[in-house]
Design a protein around this ligand. Structure first.
Ligand code: FAD
Length: 429
């Protein structure tokens, strides 16, 4: 394990200590994007004095908890156009940024520092150690190696630019000057928390949560908690939102990849619905109402004497099959031959168009992000520099970029942090 962050480890060259701040980069936020910007800038330009200011007492706290403590570093997708489709907001922006630093570069960057990543069957990539601490140790080792200064419990309250120099004011009233600033403060849940950034002349797209699950308070289907349907189609009434994939029934409602993707793509629409909407589920996507009627005819003639409950020819999870039969008031004794036409229609409807009313959301415990942030047309995707304030940079979730679950948010953090670092290191030469 790497030595923890330690000011005594610093090898600050005299040129790094001197000056009025022109040769200083202040990175605001000790998360993935902030660290990546800081360590790369310090490595690429040894004359740059790099400081990370972090408002809490902890560094890389999301890296630590992400992916259930394993850190889902990136995703094994190696085509930029395909990759960009995983970002409900910022698709065109990441298409440009990924040309400079992509998934392959992330794998190489960590690999060159002794961190091997492994790929899970669904494409998510984790450190081979299965521990997010490996990523943290690697980034802390870089901080120590390149003498990045870290100030904890230091919240930036204001930034002003005077005579070409940034002047940062902290919550305790202290100030720090810098020639370059990279804002990597992550997403904020409330619009009011962005005011200090708006004062720089930037526009904020209102924050909205993304990556959440759907609540079905007191709905009887929640009794099936733990049941997962590998392939269902889920549609949200009153919108064009539709997703196909695995759906998991939980004790509070619906979760699973298809639901999380819907929550990401629909983050803004679902917020306007105040998280109250109807969901239509087709548990058997290979069928629609008409084709399922025909399938039923075949099953009935082939299995006429069999009890329906014991003849799950449609291969649904048995508990879900029993639940849908019970909802259609088909008792355990009913045989296919005895199924009344009206009851059959009701069953077919609930198999291909099961409607539930969602009331509320629950934040996905494995991963959540905030949609919204700094408007992208105010930031140059080639440099990550503000188009409004020269030498001001942005990286990570503070930008109006967010991905679906699977390592896409971290990839954006690495990419944007790296590009900003590259630019700052070059400008400061
Ligand atoms: C539980 C959880 C699990 C996740 N799992 C995954 C995953 O598996 N894969 C994936 O791709 N994404 C995951 N994400 C999303 C991912 O963690 C974030 O998108 C990513 O961490 C964003 O990095 P960031 O550096 O931009 O922001 P953050 O990690 O949020 O870091 C920002 C830092 O800035 C600090 N800060 C804020 N304001 C100030 C200020 N004014 N002054 C000083 N410091 C400030 C904050 O305290 C924070 O430490 C997960 C998120 C959560 C919450």
């Amino acid at each position: 394990m790497t030595a923890p962050y330690n000011k005594e480890n610093f090898d600050l060259s005299p040129s790094r200590r001197e000056g009025n701040g022109t040769g200083r980069l202040v990175v605001i936020g000790g998360g993935a994007a902030g660290f990546f910007c800081a360590v790369n800038a310090a490595r690429l330009n040894r004359h740059l004095q790099v400081t990370i200011v972090e408002k809490t007492s902890r560094l890389l706290s999301k890296v630590k908890v992400s992916g259930g403590g394993r850190c889902n570093v990136t995703h094994a997708l190696f085509d930029i156009a395909e990759m960009s489709k995983r970002y409900p907001r910022g698709q065109n922006f990441v298409k440009k940024t990924f040309h400079q630093f992509f998934t392959t570069n992330t794998i190489d960057w960590f690999g060159q520092r002794g961190v091997t990543l492994k790929t899970e069957p669904d494409g998510r990539m984790f450190p081979a150690t299965n521990s997010s601490q490996t990523i943290i140790d690697c980034l802390i080792a870089e901080v120590n190696k390149y003498g990045v200064d870290i100030r904890l419990n230091t919240e930036v309250k204001a930034i002003a630019k005077e005579e070409g120099l940034f002047r940062l004011t902290f919550a305790n009233g202290a100030n720090l000057n810098a020639g370059y600033v990279c804002i990597a403060c992550g997403g904020y849940p409330k619009a009011s928390m962005f005011h200090w950034l708006e004062k720089l002349g930037h526009t904020i797209t209102a924050p909205t949560p993304s990556l959440f699950t759907f609540n079905l308070p007191k709905h009887p289907i929640t009794a099936l908690m733990g049941v997962s349907v590998a392939n269902a189609i889920v549609k949200i009434e009153g919108s064009k939102l539709t997703e196909q994939g695995a759906v998991l029934i939980t004790h509070w409602g619906l979760s699973g990849p298809a639901i999380l993707r819907l929550s990401a793509w629909g983050a803004r629409v679902l917020a306007t619905f105040n998280y109250q909407f109807k969901v239509h589920i087709n548990w058997l996507p290979q069928y629609h109402e008409q084709s399922l009627k025909e399938a039923f005819r075949n099953i009935r003639s082939a299995h006429a004497a069999k009890k329906i409950v014991n003849d799950n020819s449609l291969h649904l999870p048995q508990r879900l099959w029993q639940f849908l039969l019970a909802q259609a008031e088909i008792s355990d004794e009913v045989r296919w031959a005895d199924l009344a036409a009206k009851t059959e229609n009701q069953l077919i409807k609930s198999l291909v168009d099961y409607v539930v009313e969602v009331n509320g959301k629950t934040t996905f415990k494995e991963e959540f992000v905030t949609a919204g942030g700094i408007e992208l047309n105010e930031v140059d995707a080639n440099t990550l520099m503000s188009k409004k304030v020269p030498n001001l940079f942005f990286a990570g979730e503070i930008l109006d970029v967010d991905g679906i679950t699977g390592g896409f948010n971290f990839q954006h953090a690495w990419t944007s942090g790296w590009i900003a670092a590259q630019q700052i290191a070059a400008l400061a030469k």
